[in-house]
Design a protein around this ligand. Sequence first.
Ligand SMILES: NC(=O)c1ccc[n+]([C@@H]2O[C@H](COP(=O)([O-])OP(=O)(O)OC[C@H]3O[C@@H](n4cnc5c(N)ncnc54)[C@H](OP(=O)(O)O)[C@@H]3O)[C@@H](O)[C@H]2O)c1
Length: 335
Amino acid sequence: MSIKRVSLISIVCLVVLLAIGVGFARNYVTHVNPKENGFTLQECNFVKQPFPLQSKLSHVLLVGGTSGIGLALAQQLVKNGVRVTAVGRSEPNLTSTLARFVKADLSSMKEARRLGKLFRDDDFDVLFFTIGTTVMRYETTSEGIEKDLAVSYLNRHVLLFSLLNNGLGSKTQSTKNRPRIFLVGAPGFFAAPEIEDINWEKGYEGININPHMNAHVFNEAIVHYISFKYPNVSAFGLSPGLVASGGATGAFTSNPVLQQYIAYVMDSLFQPIDHYAAQVLLPLLVTPELSSGQLFNSKGNEIKPNPWLAENLELRSAQLVDLNDQVLKRHKLDE
Ligand SMILES: NC(=O)c1ccc[n+]([C@@H]2O[C@H](COP(=O)([O-])OP(=O)(O)OC[C@H]3O[C@@H](n4cnc5c(N)ncnc54)[C@H](OP(=O)(O)O)[C@@H]3O)[C@@H](O)[C@H]2O)c1
């Protein structure tokens, strides 16, 4: 047997052992003391349960509510009697009279603006954004926007400012009931953004992760920007870490036994998506102690701002918001 083959087998064995180990550890922590409801609640700063969802939430907008994290959250919400509006390209498997589906391809800024008008009179308690992509090879939309920028950030920018500048949250009397905005993929981590040409108009060759990292920083910037400029709403950033839905197992094999095994390994290594939705997201949606501008990790613990932004949070956030406004203007997508 070649050394390459032996190394490959060793790596596979190690990953499998690790998955089994993590699986057992998680089962132990989760089930040993069910009263504490698993590892997440022990580590969460903000989670308080039980919480009467229905009395705190009546309508939640899920931009990207048709699969993945958005759909998992939508399912939890309707189960708790909360109305949801789910936006995406394909109709979700969500059979409930509480659920409304709005079809839109949000790689288009015109579509984002259309939604801004459509949702103008909706009284959302929470606006939850999950749409995102990781493109890495140079590609533009039909509107001339680099695809990662368009899908992972700019449509949120257009839709949010359309709603905010139309008075989102201005009818709310008490600070407790201010609409909450959550942006998944918002923490900018440690990346300093590349701000010379944020729409990559000179193009690039090969694989480039920087447009995606920029989108993370822009998402974090808009969270801070809203927290400084729009006191009638609260905005938060979320880093889901790695979550597993089990739905992707079909991509690896059509064998049902292997699919079950892969789902087990994925669930062991990653946080199950329903767990993230029910144990981390639902409580964050309604926990009163949050203050606008905070960022949370996969367990609902607060994380620090991106260091580049943190050098002057207000100024640098505004600078990035402005750069994105300029891109929209240049492409005549600003109205
Ligand atoms: N899952 C993870 O482990 C993980 C980890 C870190 C960060 N994230 C980030 O978290 C976000 C959500 O992840 P996820 O796992 O829930 O992703 P997902 O399963 O791919 O779901 C993404 C949602 O966005 C919608 N969407 C995608 N492109 C769209 C477009 N052009 N127009 C309209 N809707 C669009 C999808 O609906 P349609 O297909 O119906 O259009 C779907 O509802 C992403 O931004 C991802 O990068 C995820």
